[in-house]
Write a protein that binds this ligand. Structure first.
Ligand code: HGY
Ligand code: MN
Ligand code: MN
Length: 402
């Protein structure tokens, strides 16, 4: 098959027009937003155009199904609250182009997917997590975003198009192309990464509840200030993690909600996200213990109440050896001397799909290692190199099956 780079890049830019925002090539297209729903309708039309059978499941995962059995290619088309134009979109549009080129060449059959809420408005890679059985639908339905909207309310926005969950038995494997979202390939001047494994993640919300009071009259020693508790907690875990983490371990407090969030009021309540990632499940568990005990110590010392939200997480996952070998052989043909094997520090739908079938991933560089930001970008030559690696791997896998 011969993928068409112009058609691929034109589709990628067209997808960006749904929720285009900010400077550069930014996108605001969170799961179940108007822009996300409109983008999925556009994608469904593109899938139909190339003869795929369009099927949306109860949580909004959008499939373009080829005849059975087939490989499944794709990623996600929802974005972070402030995201770039390639995160997820690249894997979906590359899948579309490979499916189209393969059809033009007379085969093999290639199915396409865009998973919903990969970016975790509600959970962690929610759409593929539900499809794979990583989390059950009732549990997912009760999850809320930072504004208190439930997953159930949000997926109801797309209920008019929903069919059943797709039977995964029709797929022989899943390959996800993605931007690296980190600096390794860019710094090394390399063009392609073949993923060895995807790290694990833990994510939960914590709430400190103190006493809301007057910011002018309440003496410092009498305050039960919920924000002070967050900062004390943050400093304490940074110190305690030192004996546990490796240079690859990461942790983030990315969302803080203060109540009532006013200059002249000692905050009575602080709810914040705590997320940590590592390739070693035991280390993730040790970090959880530190987080829980430290938060309790801070609450006790300051006379605050502490509560924990649901603990969400995904385990570290290795890539399938056969699919990975096909990507490596293809990378060596397309970009000789300019590819490497590397782990993924970002989460991907492939982690969940690995519960259902063999999975593999390939990366192209992120300029400056930037992602989850409007200025995320990748050189066009690298985008096209990745497309060709994906197409070459599909051809190799098909030849091996024949
Ligand atoms: O956060 C992540 O790793 C992914 O981009 N959802
Ligand atoms: Mn992504
Ligand atoms: Mn992302």
């Amino acid at each position: 098959m011969t993928p068409n780079p112009e058609r691929f890049l034109a589709d990628l830019h067209q997808l960006r027009s749904f929720g285009a925002a900010g400077v550069g090539k930014g996108v605001i297209r969170p799961a179940y937003s108007d822009a996300d729903i409109a983008a999925r309708a556009w994608l469904a039309d593109r899938m139909r155009e190339i003869g795929l059978t369009v099927h949306q499941d109860p949580v909004g995962n959008l499939f373009g199904l080829a005849q059975q059995p087939s490989l499944l290619l794709g990623s996600h088309s929802d974005s972070q609250p402030e995201g770039g134009w390639l995160d997820g979109a690249l894997g979906v549009i590359a899948a579309l182009e490979v499916a189209r080129a393969s059809r033009e060449a007379g085969g093999p059959p290639v199915s396409v997917v865009s998973f919903e809420d990969e970016e975790g408005r509600f959970g962690v890679t929610t759409g593929s997590a539900v499809w794979s059985g990583q989390i059950d639908l009732d549990t997912a339905d009760a999850l809320t975003d930072h504004a208190g909207v439930t997953f159930a309310q949000s997926r109801a926005r797309m209920a008019d198009l929903a069919g059943d969950f797709v039977d995964p038995a029709q797929f022989t494997g899943y390959i996800e192309m993605h931007i690296e979202q980190g600096p390794s390939l860019d710094v090394a001047g390399e063009q392609v990464g073949v993923v060895s494994d995807i790290v694990g993640i833990r994510d939960m919300r914590l709430t400190f509840e103190g006493q809301q009071n007057h910011a002018g009259t309440t003496p410092m020693h009498l305050r039960r200030d919920a924000f002070q508790a967050v900062t004390t907690f943050n400093a304490a875990i940074n110190e305690k993690f030192r004996n546990v983490v490796t240079p690859r371990t990461v942790w983030t407090i990315g969302h803080v909600a203060l109540h009532p969030n006013a200059s002249s009021i000692v905050p009575g309540r602080a709810t914040f996200s705590m997320q940590w990632r590592d390739g070693d499940a035991d280390r993730l568990a040790r970090m959880e213990t530190i987080i829980r005990t430290t938060a309790q110590e801070v609450a006790d010392a300051g006379g605050l109440k502490l509560s924990f939200g649901p603990m969400l997480g995904l385990e570290p996952v290795p890539m399938d050896a056969t699919l990975r070998a096909a990507l490596e052989a293809s990378a060596d043909t397309v970009s000789p001397g300019r590819w490497r094997v590397l782990p993924s520090g970002a989460l991907h739908d492939a982690t969940n799909v690995a519960r259902l079938m063999p999975v593999a991933m390939l990366f192209v560089p992120s300029i400056g290692g930037i992602s989850h930001a409007f200025d995320e970008d990748t050189a066009e030559t690298d985008l096209v190199a990745g497309l060709n690696v994906l197409a070459g791997a599909v051809t190799r896998l098909n030849q091996a099956r024949a």
